[in-house]
Write a protein that binds this ligand. Structure first.
Ligand code: SAH
Length: 254
């Protein structure tokens, strides 16, 4: 008998950001797997099993959940934001592809959530109004040289760039290097947004420029959006600045 495995996105913050679909799927699960602080974010049924694990154990967590689902249970794995964006959904697919035959008979469904990039963009205005891309600055799962190539390519192609995982204790210098690389393609006046813990009580938003970006604090709960040469900032008297990227671009970027 094979069960069901749901990979559920919780959104970036508290339960205001949880979709109805995600909420219902969480309630219906026999067992929940995920990073401890995510599991603690909402009350669940007492009869529901909870398997909290460390954020770095994604592969092992995916395998444990698939094994459990293969035994017939309705299992849910939770991710912050959207589970398909630098998160568990791809780990589950990878484990299903390489694991035992029985795992490929499991009904795997992905329940989307609001990803950090969209929550931060909404706070700032409409910086993703034209073409954009998202990059993780973490070199845990790819070489730093590849990150540099992608930053160069994205900035020179005129994309607005969302940077996930901008810093961690093990990666202290990468963000400053990224800003330096981007500065080769973009003017120092390019708007840069730092959105921290968006959707949570300690949320903060800083709008600065590429030239000054190095001085703004970023940590593991921060998502950074680097504008393109088209991105604009409307300064407002008593309200915060409104950042947007116009829908239309006039010229072909060299
Ligand atoms: N699946 C998640 C991303 C996981 S990678 C999503 O879709 O949002 C983890 C990175 O996401 C963090 O380092 C940070 O860059 C970003 N992030 C997650 N939650 C955030 C929040 N509430 N505010 C700002 N950035 C956040």
């Amino acid at each position: 008998m094979s069960g069901r495995l749901l990979v559920i996105g919780l959104g970036p913050g508290d339960d205001r950001y949880l979709t109805r679909e995600a909420h219902d799927a969480l309630l219906a699960a026999d067992a929940l797997y995920g990073y401890g602080p995510y599991l603690d974010r909402f009350p669940v049924r007492p009869s529901q099993l909870r398997h909290a694990s460390d954020n770095r154990e994604e592969g092992a967590r995916a395998e444990a959940a698939l094994r459990h689902a293969a035994a017939g249970a309705r299992v849910a794995i939770v991710s912050g934001g959207d589970p398909g964006v630098f998160a568990m959904a791809a780990s589950v697919c990878e484990a299903a592809e390489t694991g035992p035959e029985a795992w490929r008979a499991i009904d795997i469904a992905i329940v989307p959530g609001i990803t950090a990039m969209l929550a931060v963009a909404a706070r700032a205005g409409a910086p993703l109004g034209h073409d954009f891309c998202a990059l993780s600055l973490s070199d845990n799962l790819k070489p730093w040289g590849l990150i540099e190539r992608r930053l160069d390519a994205a900035a020179s192609a005129g994309f607005v760039i969302a940077l996930y995982n901008p810093v961690s204790r093990a990666r202290p210098w990468q963000l400053a290097k990224a800003f330096t690389l981007l500065g080769r393609h973009l003017p120092g006046t390019t708007p840069v947004i730092f959105g921290r813990a968006v959707g949570r009580p300690d949320e903060s938003l800083i709008v600065t420029t590429l030239a000054a970006a190095g001085e703004a604090a970023a940590d593991m709960a921060t998502l950074i959006i680097v504008g393109s040469s088209e991105t604009r900032v409307i300064a407002r008297e008593s309200l915060g600045p409104l950042v947007y990227t116009p829908r239309a671009v006039e010229s072909v970027i060299a």
